[in-house]
Design a binder for this molecule. Structure first.
Ligand SMILES: [Zn+2]
Length: 476
């Protein structure tokens, strides 16, 4: 734990303040990344293998010149005209690929278990994403409705972080997800505040219209709906209200994305015209015919296996940290997962986690059927307890490979495919390594299209043409 940094009294007094302000009052760890001052205009990667995420093949022995925020030239080693003051990065034995996209990243969440009572630190989360090579995030719901200000601060270069696409609060039924989870799992002093800011209640077509109208003023990248009962006893948005939200969003040129759990959730959301599913169908085993029905909606699905695994396995076995977790999270925080305090999870949530445990063996098959049926699977981590910003996406990609995706397919699900989805373009400005594209780049040892574990052996991360200075935490 990062010291008992806030007394309850202080927190009660501070409730009206923004979460990030509170986090700023606390003892800060040294930053995970810093930016060179001033950032050099030209950087050249020498002798790299450049990964083509479309074919999954890489071309070795190349130099890649970045000027300002763009890829300026790519050519055989030694053939490019490189400005003499350019910073050189040795790429021998390494692969250059596009920066990663986390299509389900909650920047405002804490990743320690709920019982640790850790306060979210969005600024550090942004650093952690970058440290791990994640240069774009779709944040589909924010605990404190600060997502839009944060998105603006990053875009203006005032706050280091991945490019953010934000939805703001989550639209849900009265008492619907995530309200029971906040009631059951968030610290008591935080519940009211989080419920008010993290959700918008929709109980009528009029609510649907007025809520979308209110949010539209903030230029959200997406409207997010909750279409799942968590726990099973909780209410869920009715189909006609899903339709009312989606219609209102579409009439304003906004896209709507849905949290779903069961096949029926996905069909209701799909028929209502939703633009993406933010989870796979994780509550039950589906058939090939059902997968074909999901595919008929022609919208992508973010798998998020890792977050459900994390809850299913909570307390079942020791949680082994990954190398990237050890580099970004103090060991004391990782150790908070070692035992579940008595009473930390109870009642309906205990049953919900049992449901996850009972169906988890079906998730791989569900994903295979969905992929074979033609559903585009995107990689997203769903940052929260047990899913750390950055390391969580690396875990997710390893899980996608376990479901039968090739490493190259998994990498495409975390680069070009989400870039196409986010930009509504077949030829997006990021997500590939090509001349003219935004220089969001990741340099790793070995070849991750051959072995996905190579992705975590990071030699360099570049965001908007700036080579980041990476500083791992001082863990033993
Ligand atoms: Zn989520």
């Amino acid at each position: 734990m990062r010291s008992p940094r806030n007394s309850s009294l202080r927190l009660i007094r501070a409730l009206p303040l923004a979460l990030s302000l509170l986090a700023a009052c606390s003892d800060k760890l040294p930053p995970l990344i810093t930016l060179p001052q001033p950032p050099p205009r030209n950087v050249v990667f020498r002798r790299v293998a450049v990964l083509d995420v479309v074919s999954g093949t890489s071309r070795p022995g190349l130099d890649v010149l970045v000027t300002d925020a763009r890829i300026a030239a790519i050519g055989a080693h030694g053939t490019l005209a490189v400005p003499s003051e350019a910073i050189e990065v040795d790429g021998s034995g390494a692969t250059l690929l596009p920066g990663l996209v986390d299509t389900h990243g909650h920047v405002g969440n804490a990743s320690t278990p709920a019982w640790a009572g850790e306060f979210p630190d969005p600024e550090r989360n942004l650093q952690s994403y970058l440290y791990c090579g994640v240069t774009t995030v779709l944040d589909p719901a924010d605990m404190a409705s600060e997502a839009f200000e944060r998105r603006g601060a990053v875009a203006a270069g005032k706050l280091p972080g991945p490019t953010i696409y934000a939805a703001g609060p989550m639209l849900t039924a009265p008492g619907g997800h995530p309200i029971p989870a906040i009631e059951a799992l968030a610290p008591w002093w935080l519940r009211w505040y989080v419920k008010r800011d993290a959700t918008r209640i929709v109980d009528s077509a009029q609510d649907a219209r007025s809520t979308v109208t209110e949010l539209a003023d903030k230029a959200p990248d997406f409207i997010k709906l909750s279409v799942d009962s968590i726990p099973e006893s909780a209410p869920r948005l009715r189909k006609e209200l899903i339709g009312a939200v989606v219609d209102e969003a579409h009439s304003r040129g906004l896209r709507a994305v849905a949290h779903v759990g069961s096949y029926a959730d996905a069909v209701d959301a799909g028929q209502a015209g939703i633009d993406a599913f933010m989870h796979m169908i994780y509550k039950e085993q589906i058939s090939a015919a059902q997968a074909a029905t999901i595919a008929s909606f022609h919208v992508p699905m973010v798998a998020t296996i890792g977050v459900f695994e994390s809850y299913a396995l909570m307390g079942e076995r020791k949680r082994e940290p990954t190398d990237l977790e050890m580099q970004t999270v103090p060991v004391a925080e990782l150790a908070a997962f070692d035992s579940v305090p008595p009473g930390a999870v109870s009642g309906d949530f205990l049953r919900y986690f049992e449901l996850l445990r009972s169906v988890r063996r079906q998730w791989h098959q569900n994903l295979s059927l969905l992929r074979e049926g033609g559903v585009t699977i995107l990689a997203g981590s769903d940052t929260q307890s047990g899913v750390f910003p950055g390391p969580g996406l690396h875990r997710e990609l390893a899980l996608l490979v376990e479901t039968g995706m090739t490493p190259a397919q998994a990498l495409r699900a975390a680069t070009l495919e989400p870039a196409r989805f986010l930009t509504r373009s077949d030829d997006p400005d990021f997500g590939t390594v090509a001349v003219g594209k935004r220089a969001d780049l990741l340099l790793v040892e070995g070849n991750p299209a051959f072995n996905i574990s190579a992705l975590a052996r990071i030699r360099a991360v570049m965001k908007n043409g700036v080579l980041l200075e990476r500083h791992p935490v001082a863990n033993p």
